[in-house]
Design a protein around this ligand. Structure first.
Ligand code: BTN
Length: 243
């Protein structure tokens, strides 16, 4: 099944995810809606953080997909997008990996982040997956970010044509979502596990709400959730942040 695309582009917007959420009812549920912006004035990251979104250097995009409410694998959609982005970066001769649940890294530094919002529309859920990918952000701007971050340009040593990257990534992500809608997460699972930086026994500090726990990585379940060894028992998490 080919997923037709509607594309909205804004030169400037507060947040592509916010726009998509506010307008979800007006989007076509039979199509993939892609919302892009050249800059965001109030870009949002996970855990109520800001996503710094300067003009013309990076990709700010929201992929909006309608799925039946009963689907149990909605939380895998952001993982599919993060994985597809990491694989796309690898095809551009850089070594990208993932930090659970869906951060995209190069050499342990964050190059891309994914934020998932959902909103019910009639009998479906509109899943809005926002992707911020640092493409041509220079070192001076990256240094001002809270956590170690990088861009494709810094890693490759040359800048990229933003429109070409956006177009190619869009095609790759559309194909991945077509496969996901038909077959769910299983076709992505092995590659998702492999792309993660975590290996059995790695020490991990894990934030869940305001609590910080220390444990070690055990495994990824078939549904993409995380198993950590905490106090000698294996505990399963479906959200949280590894620090
Ligand atoms: C993260 O914290 O890692 C997630 C960052 C997600 C940023 C993207 S940029 C496009 C979309 N619109 C937003 O406001 N946030 C997401």
């Amino acid at each position: 099944m080919k997923l037709p695309v509607d594309h909205y582009h804004f030169p400037t917007i507060a947040s592509t995810n916010n726009w998509a959420k506010a307008n979800a009812r007006h989007l076509n549920p039979e199509r993939l809606t892609i919302v892009t912006a050249s800059e965001q004035t109030a870009g949002r990251g996970r855990h109520e953080r800001q996503w710094i979104s300067p003009i013309g250097v990076n990709l700010y995009v929201s992929y909006c997909l309608f799925v039946p409410q009963h689907r149990k694998d909605i939380s895998n959609i952001p993982q599919v997008i993060a994985l597809t982005t990491a694989d796309f970066i690898c095809k551009n001769d850089l070594k990208a990996s993932l930090k659970w649940p869906n951060d995209v890294l190069i050499e342990s530094k964050k190059v891309g982040g994914v934020l998932c919002d959902t909103t019910p529309v009639d009998d479906k859920v509109c899943v809005i997956v926002g992707l911020g990918l640092n493409v041509n952000m220079p070192p001076s701007a990256l240094q001002q970010l809270e956590k170690p971050a990088t861009s494709l340009a810094v890693e490759a040593g040359h800048t990229f044509d933003l429109d070409t990257i956006a177009e190619e990534l869009q095609t790759t992500i559309r194909h991945a979502l077509e496969l996901f809608l038909k077959q769910g997460f299983p076709p992505f699972l092995a590659r998702f596990r492999e792309a993660l930086i975590h290996r059995l026994g790695d020490t991990m500090r894990f934030h869940i709400g305001s609590d910080v726990m220390q444990g070690s990585f055990h495994s990824i379940n078939d549904d993409g959730t995380l198993n950590l060894i905490l106090d000698d028992s294996i505990q399963k998490f479906n959200s949280g942040e590894i620090v």
